[in-house]
Write a protein that binds this ligand. Structure first.
Ligand code: PAF
Length: 274
């Protein structure tokens, strides 16, 4: 695996590289990321990963400083996964001057996670657009675990006519159903044992809807109540249309149930397509 930290070095390395598939990450890689790297191989000739903890997408009281940075272990995992090129810029490489131009996503940035993390999707969309300009891939993979992020990026690519196929990778789960996430490492042993409840509740909502339930507000409220009774502080449990993440309006539109809830100091998100 070739490692580059500057934009000119990366561009030189990728000149005439064939079809480039890109998987951006913030590092602290787990099996979910590695699964994306493996899926990427099927979509092109060269797999490029990036590791960059993007300050722009963290709120002032969020975990930017605390975010786990495990660069050497990440390099070993990416090498073992057969990634060809790693782009790992420093902040000075990617933001040599204060970033004053932004990608401003539309209303989707203010709903669900965006309501609780103001500016988050603006920071994500801006860094992803910038990384796309550095790597110039033909395809890029994003995990479905961050469902709203995937939609923001997919809509951005379509509306800005970016010549990049945006591909959603399936969520990888522990045996008990907990979606793999870099933030799971913050959980205490007791919290880790409790954490799979989120996925169980989303699965329950999916099964109820498949069996004909249509009072989504009642399903959401029941799930919130069970979370509260077990010590969670919930931001949202929501049944939404997959296409635009708005509340279901169209008959038989594909749905997704999404949730964000805090266990102790750790905020977990998850979702399940219906
Ligand atoms: O999903 C992530 O790890 C980040 O939001 C991303 C897409 C790498 C942008 O910083």
């Amino acid at each position: 695996m070739h490692l580059h930290s500057t934009i000119p070095a990366l561009r030189t390395a990728l000149k005439n590289a064939g079809r480039v598939v890109f998987v951006p990450t913030m590092g602290n890689l787990h099996a979910g990321h590695i699964s994306l790297m493996e899926q990427a191989r099927a979509h092109g000739d060269i797999v490029v990963a990036s590791v960059f903890v993007n300050r722009l997408q963290f709120g002032p009281h969020e975990d930017f400083d605390q975010y786990p940075r495990t660069f050497q272990a990440d390099c070993d995992k990416l090498t073992a996964a057969g990634v060809n090129v790693l782009f790992a810029p420093t902040e000075a490489d990617l933001y040599p001057e204060p970033q004053e131009y932004f990608i401003e996503p539309p209303a989707i940035q203010n709903m669900l996670d965006g309501e609780f993390r103001p500016g988050h999707f603006r920071g994500v969309a801006t860094v992803v657009a910038k990384l796309f300009n550095c790597v110039q891939p033909q395809a890029a993979l994003f995990g479905k675990k961050d469902y709203q992020q995937l939609m923001v990026i997919r809509n951005m690519a379509r509306q800005l006519a970016l010549p990049i196929d945006i591909i959603g990778g399936e969520t990888v789960r522990a045996d008990d159903g907990l979606a793999l996430s870099s933030r799971n490492g913050y959980l205490s042993a007791a919290e880790r044992a409790e954490a799979p409840r989120l996925y169980r509740l989303l699965t329950g909502i999916r099964e109820a809807i498949r069996s004909g339930a249509s009072d989504y507000a009642a399903l959401e409220a029941t799930a919130c109540a069970e979370l509260a009774a077990n010590g969670w502080q919930t931001d949202y449990v929501a049944v939404r249309q997959q296409s635009d993440l708005t509340t279901p309006k169209v008959m038989n539109a594909p749905l997704v149930a999404l949730a964000a809830s805090r266990l102790g100091n750790t905020r977990l998100i998850d979702n399940i397509e219906i």
